[in-house]
Design a protein around this ligand. Structure first.
Ligand SMILES: *Cc1c(COP(=O)(O)O)cnc(C)c1O
Length: 399
């Protein structure tokens, strides 16, 4: 690395992830702005169709965020007060909040320290010792950073213990399990995507719920629009005029606008390119970071990752050291981040900790892991700058 180049980079912030917008994206959005419909036009159904084409799911419901998609997914599956919902302790809080919205009882599951996904062995043990009436109605599984969780084993357990599966695939559009794309719902009931700017593709804000189940699809479709049914064949009163509509459930306004959908459509066209670029950066990190005292994310030869995040873990650490290394790297304008603090330690979730669960891996993880920059538009020289800064930080504070 030439020092002149390094110098130049000092003033540029490198986020852990960011959007990639080109002139086609801008054109698509401008076209909608000039059209008759900014919302409830043709863009949302088109985006949904393209999402089903890409993922091979039968149905898609586009909404204004992944959080909304998770919420209506829980309702569609029938999560009610005091039902049990289990999810990973290492995720964004939205993975649990959706169950809290339904007044469910939430239990957190521990993770593996090499993939950062739900530890299926521990889950199986927990299922075995749980009284039948306390078994989960739904398990919400997250594909951390884009690396698919072990869906095949989870799916088998769901048959044995009769729970439903929601995939929070906010990180994982473009990842694959064997020959299946994430979103195909082969091993789940509903799969949720996020189109927030840091995610694999963006619509500004936005999300979608994919499913192969027609009932879930129809229910989610009306839940996103106040619970209003507009399809005459599904109405209770079929004889009224064209002005007639029916509110059948208590729904929400979780609609996606056509402006957002147009951006989503344009971005989805580039997904293969995005994933390829992120994989290229990931492979370079695997190569140049292998001699540092850190753990790199474990790969699974049968699956591929979207590499929404590239998460590394310090081999030697304590809380103080972690804080210092984190601060030092940020001071060099590399905006690393922790994904995520254990959800059960959030003040809001303290009340959910009925008994002391052993979630030690998620705690170890939160004192040793961080996401380093990975996104389309990250330069190779910047990847080396990240390595050098990381190396310096570890050397400086690992004493
Ligand atoms: C980003 C994210 C969400 C929420 O997505 P929004 O579209 O911002 O609502 C939920 N779960 C996970 C794992 C996420 O990373």
């Amino acid at each position: 690395m030439k020092s002149r180049k390094l110098l130049k980079q000092k003033n540029k912030i490198l986020p852990y992830s960011r959007q990639f917008i080109d002139s086609n994206d801008i054109k698509s959005v401008v076209n909608v702005l000039k059209s008759d419909y900014l919302t409830q036009g043709k863009q949302v159904p088109k985006f949904e169709k393209n999402l089903t084409r890409f993922t091979k799911a039968k149905f898609a419901v586009a909404v204004n965020s992944a959080t909304s998609a998770l919420h209506i997914a829980c309702i569609a599956i029938g999560v009610k007060k005091n039902d049990r919902v289990w999810t990973t302790n290492t995720s964004f809080v939205a993975s649990a909040n959706c169950a809290a919205y339904c007044n469910a009882k939430i239990d957190f599951l521990d993770i593996e320290l090499d993939t950062y996904n739900i530890d299926i062995d521990l889950l199986e043990k927990k299922l075995k010792v749980t009284k039948k009436k306390f078994l989960p109605k739904v398990i919400i599984v997250v594909h951390m950073g884009g690396q698919p969780a072990d869906m095949i084993r989870l799916f088998k357990l769901s048959k044995k213990y009769k729970f439903k599966i929601i995939e929070d695939a906010s990180h994982a559009l473009g990842s694959t399990i064997g020959s299946e794309r994430i979103g195909s719902c082969k091993y789940s009931d509903i799969c949720v995507l996020s189109f927030h700017p840091v995610k694999p593709i963006t619509s500004g804000e936005g999300g979608a719920a994919l499913t192969n189940n027609k009932n879930f699809f129809e229910k989610m479709s009306i839940l996103r629009n106040h619970g209003i049914e507009k399809n005459r064949k599904n109405m209770k009163n079929k004889k009224r005029g064209d002005y007639y509509y029916e509110q059948q459930l208590l729904g929400y306004n979780y609609r996606m606008s056509d402006i957002h959908a147009a951006l989503g459509i344009s971005q989805l066209k580039k997904i293969r390119f995005f994933i390829k670029k992120r994989n290229k950066i990931a492979n370079l990190y695997y190569k140049i970071l292998k001699d540092l005292p850190i753990f790199l994310p474990k790969k699974n030869s049968k699956n591929t990752s979207s590499y929404h995040l590239f998460i590394i873990r310090l081999k030697f650490f304590n809380e103080k050291m972690y804080k210092k290394i984190f601060g030092f790297i940020r001071s060099k304008k590399i905006f690393i981040n922790l994904h995520y603090l254990p959800i059960n330690q959030q003040p809001f979730y303290k009340k959910y900790s009925r008994k002391l669960e052993n979630l030690s891996n998620s705690i170890i993880y939160s004192n040793s892991a961080f996401s380093i920059p990975i996104y389309n538009g990250l330069q190779i020289s910047e990847v080396y700058f990240v390595k050098k800064t990381l190396q310096t930080a570890i050397q400086k504070f690992s004493k």
